[in-house]
Design a protein around this ligand. Sequence first.
Ligand code: ADP
Ligand code: MG
Length: 447
Amino acid sequence: MNLTQKQTRAIDLLESEAITELLYGGAAGGGKSALGCFWLIFNCYEYPGSRWLMGRAVLKTLKETTLKTFFEIAAREGLVADVDYQYRENAGVIRFSGGSEILLKDLFAYPSDPNFDSLGSLEVTGAFIDEANQITEKAKNIVKSRIRYKLDEFGLKPKLLMTCNPAKGWAYESFYRPFKAQQMPHDRAFVPSLVTDNPHISRHYINNLHTLDKASKERLLYGNWEYDSDPAALIEYDAILDLWKNDFVAEGEKYITCDAARFGGDAAKIAVWSGWRIIGWHSLPKCSMTHLADQIEALMTKHNVPASHVIVDEDGVGGGVFDIFRDYKRKAIKGFLNGSSPLEEATPQGRVKPNYANLKAQCYYRLADRINHGGVYIACPMPTEEKERLIQDLEQVKQKDMDKDGKRAVVPKEKVKELIGRSPDGGDTLMFREWFELKPKKELVFR
Ligand SMILES: Nc1ncnc2c1ncn2[C@@H]1O[C@H](COP(=O)(O)OP(=O)(O)O)[C@@H](O)[C@H]1O
Ligand SMILES: [Mg+2]
């Protein structure tokens, strides 16, 4: 088989000493499955008696897609089924006449087997996971830990080849982001490959990709990782980028919102607002509650923000900041309680209590709507890394239990943490600002 340039590069990297994990693809039709199947066949011949894993989230899909590509590539390599290799469907294994074998594995995290005990006694020489974004990082790590079969005998290092389409999951965090920032650990590699890198693809295939909806086209045709297609996302990606361009958003009353952080944990964030413009953004890593309270107080003085216009998260560690203001600074700032009941909203029918699971859900739904309509402007400078984190935080604002009726809720913080590996503090800092819109303002009385 004539490998494409990108496929050749991937194979070269897999042969190099340093690389143990390689991610290939990040778009449709770039020859991802073909590369994986070729690599497995090549290894089975190169190392007679070796054992390889071919995995995908769902075994049924593996058999319907990746395995079809395997037969196609095997034929291309001149291999004859039932002569050069045998496929045993029930056992889920392909055996080569030279003694090597490929095991087909289901890598979905079933609730009945959260620790993948089913893979417990497995030992393989190497592994190929197709569409790795569909499995959890834990599943990937367990597969990696099983790569040890006859490695010394063949003089091999453990090698894991994965492919995927773009998505905001662990592959984004562990491969795409460091790749883009040119901070890839020395034992990992990412080889991007688009449909245009694959001369073997049919014109119809490319034409089809052009007919997709915008987000799918961005991801699958152009390999754009920033377009997460999750239909549960409440804020549109383009609207998030507009946050830095909406210079028409009016100035107004001053506010300070703050998401405090545990000492040594995530960074505390402070936003200074003029109306719905953010005019100051401060990220304070490893900062004590006293220091944080002092910083907030300094910003209040600098920007003329009254204590009643300052809010911190009260149920987390922010409670400490709240107490410092009350007990030592004698200033009554506001506390945001995520789980408290939603507040009344002004509607044409008067003030009503809307159907949200809690205050946090209410404020995030409102913020999402506001951002989607260009109602927020980030007017102050923000370091690129902060900006990327905030974009990611806002992308993770998702509707929970989309299909069920009942109260509107957002995906809880623990789930978001699992996905992005940190707290969405930036997003929360913006969300707290909605509280001041909900709290009824005193009408001005002229005497
Ligand atoms: N090196 C190659 N030589 C010949 N055909 C290839 C090669 N790489 C990919 N193809 C073909 O291109 C098509 C798309 O490849 P595939 O691996 O299915 O893409 P992906 O998994 O990235 O969507 C398939 O028909 C495949 O057989
Ligand atoms: Mg494929």
